[in-house]
Ligand binder design. Structure first.
Ligand code: HMG
Ligand code: MG
Length: 283
């Protein structure tokens, strides 16, 4: 079992997908190469989604091919459907993430299908991933609240998370997409989910819309969660999460929290500052 807290850097995907400025391939590569020096367990490189839906993530395959990958870090790409999976296979991507939600309304806006249909899409992808020894991470969005349909029941989150787990996802990331979580609602949700999915397989993915992400992560750590998603400089959001989806928790805030709690991690503060300065100078 891991004894260090693992941090998953989602800035190049969840961050840049929501920026007005479209970063060039070279800028994205430079950003990821700087992030590769920071000690993350995983970096999300981008998405193989429709460029009409998310133009910021076009050309992810070129970025994936040209980044300098370090052996201790996973480099993952979001895949929504068979077309995305075909691209992942063509470019020999070793780590993919699939994504669904605990809200029907959000799923329709985000991937144009129901929760049930999303599982119909994922099932063959998971078989292909297994055949090609590709690790799959599964996201559940709207684990606290949906921007379109309001509060989400922890039981529904647990059901969706369990289905992803049973399909073969190695890790399930629980997304507070619009940052409406509190420490209490975060813990209530985690308690429901960990009845159905082993705690060591869960990650917490907090957006900082209302400035509560750090305290929610602190509550999740106290609950025993060992994997945290964050984005350098707090870039990002979800293009289909409405105005309220802006801002992932900042990686540097997570680093400060881990140090304050004296928790073991692999992050390098100097490299994070360098990456942070780079992103600030470009955004
Ligand atoms: P659709 O319109 O239903 O798909 O979209 P379609 O199969 O009818 O295809 C429409 C067009 O898209 C076609 O092109 C396809 O070829 C193309 P056209 O014939 O019109 O020229 N297309 C693709 N192109 C590239 N790669 C693909 C692909 N698939 C189809 N994989 C679809 C369905 C899933 C494609 C669309 O809804 C989509 O791309 N959605 C992505 C939305 C997205 O990326 N959202 C952000 C990520 S999720 C998130 O941020 C939340 C998270 O951070 C956790 C949290 O915070 O909660 C993970
Ligand atoms: Mg997100």
């Amino acid at each position: 079992m891991q004894n260090k807290i693992k941090v998953v850097e989602v800035g190049p995907r969840d961050g840049l997908q929501n920026e007005n400025k479209i970063w060039s391939i070279a800028e994205r590569i430079q950003m990821i190469d700087l992030l590769s020096q920071c000690g993350f367990g995983e970096i999300e490189v981008g998405s193989f989604v429709s460029p009409k839906w998310v133009p910021q993530m076009a050309d992810t395959e070129a970025v994936y091919q040209k980044i300098h990958k370090t052996p201790d870090c996973r480099y993952s790409v979001l895949v929504p459907n068979q077309k995305g999976m075909d691209t992942a296979l063509t470019y020999n991507v070793r780590d993919i993430s699939i994504f669904t939600a605990a809200s029907e309304a959000f799923n329709q806006k985000n991937i144009n299908c129901s929760i049930e249909e999303s599982f119909e899409r994922f099932t063959p992808l998971l078989h292909q991933a297994k055949d090609h020894n590709i690790r799959v991470r599964g996201y559940v969005s709207c684990v606290i609240e949906c921007p379109f349909s309001g509060k989400v029941s922890p039981t529904l989150v647990a059901t969706v998370a369990e289905r992803l787990w049973q399909l073969g996802c190695a890790e399930i990331s629980l997304g507070d997409t619009i940052g409406k979580g509190t420490p209490e609602s975060t813990v209530a949700m985690l308690q429901a989910v960990q009845e159905r999915v082993p705690l060591e397989r869960l990650a917490i993915h907090c957006h900082d819309t209302y400035g509560r992400a750090v305290e929610n992560i602190e509550a999740a750590l106290a609950e025993g969660v060992m994997t945290i998603d964050s984005a350098i400089t707090g870039l990002g959001g979800c293009p289909y999460g409405g105005e309220n989806a802006k801002g992932n928790v900042a990686t540097e805030a997570v680093l400060a929290l881990l140090d304050r709690k004296q928790l073991q991690h692999s992050l390098n503060a100097v490299a994070i500052e360098k990456a942070r300065q780079y992103v600030l100078s470009y955004s």
